[in-house]
Design a protein around this ligand. Sequence first.
Ligand code: SF4
Length: 424
Amino acid sequence: MPTPPATGCGAAPVLKERGQREVFCGLTGIIWLHRKMQDAFFLVVGSRTCAHLLQSAAGVMIFAEPRFATAILEETDLAGLADAQDELDNQVAQLLARRPDIRQLFLVGSCPSEVIKLDLGRAAERLSAVHAPHVRVLNYSGSGIETTFTEGEDACLAAMVPALPEANAKSLLIAGALPDVVEDQMLGLLRAMGIEDVACLPARRAEDLPAVGPDTVVALVQPFLGETLAALTRRGARHIEAPLPFGDEGTTAWLWAVAREMGVDADTFARVTEAPRARARRAIAAASETLNGKSVFFFPDSQLEIPLARFLTRECGMDAVEVGAPFIHRAIVGPDLDLLPEGPTISEGQDVDKQLDRARAARPDLTVCGLGLANPLEAEGLTTKWAIELVFTPVHFYEQAGDLAGLFARPLRRKEKLRLEAAE
Ligand code: SF4
């Protein structure tokens, strides 16, 4: 199991910033959630801006009929709340009549729906009663006023928890959306250890929704699920604390925490993990040649920053200068913080101008940040990595560990190539 550093960042002071932030809103999560939940539909109650965000982020990926849409609130709706409710009921009725494959409908709040105080919770209850039992209607907010980028998934999963069936026996629940191929790899590893009965939230289909109860243990595969974990805990579930499954070390520690909880012996665990661990180590070593000895600076964006900094420093030989996260849920990222060697500034929240000054002063080899900051920083000669790619690319567990290191190595290699070409 991972050996913690002499002094980790678990007790390090946290620089708390509460200024302006530069991140996407929680609607972004719809892009990966609609692919994961195959019979769900996401109806954003929002403005043309929300529709544009979704279309531009996901437009190229839509080949069949999409499973998300935006019910546009016009300015006139501000005056007529009752009309807005009726309009929403009509749109939902038309949608469900046209799309009998929909089993879960999410009404997703946005900045405009918040501004006009449209009560989507009440609307979801009313519509659920009308369309039950075939369709369950739930709601959550993806508004940029309330949520950042990955909090949309957290809000969506947390909204599902109260409606989950009650579990009567010991059960293992894995929370966090993974691409199907990665989820299958994870389930294959657990099965090889003898852990057969594993439920996932979100499930691919409504009929496979997990049950939860006091004998449920839950492991998270994403660090941004604070609300979901709180909702599961309220249903009696117990959290298995572990580093997040990134890289060889994180994956092994995560799997071992789950295996131990489920009564798997050390020999079985070692036998199942030996070969994929060796593959992961080889793949990481290849990509790490570029990363070794380089410095990295994380702007807060996806909440993946702390586990990724742990991976890059301990497994790829990088030095972290600053690790910024929008929120730090210690119950979730505590084990990663303990493993992250002392040294970097740990910051929570954002005051973007001050943080830009710190990045400019440090001149890190690699800066991980949102799209809005990447271009200006590149123009100043810094090398950047878009944080959003880390959420859209399969990066969890052993078979993706090399790709994860490669995502960080690529911009550094590109920069080096350009430098060499310029020197010729
Ligand atoms: S929810 Fe708010 S921040 Fe997000 S796209 Fe709509 S208007 Fe913009």
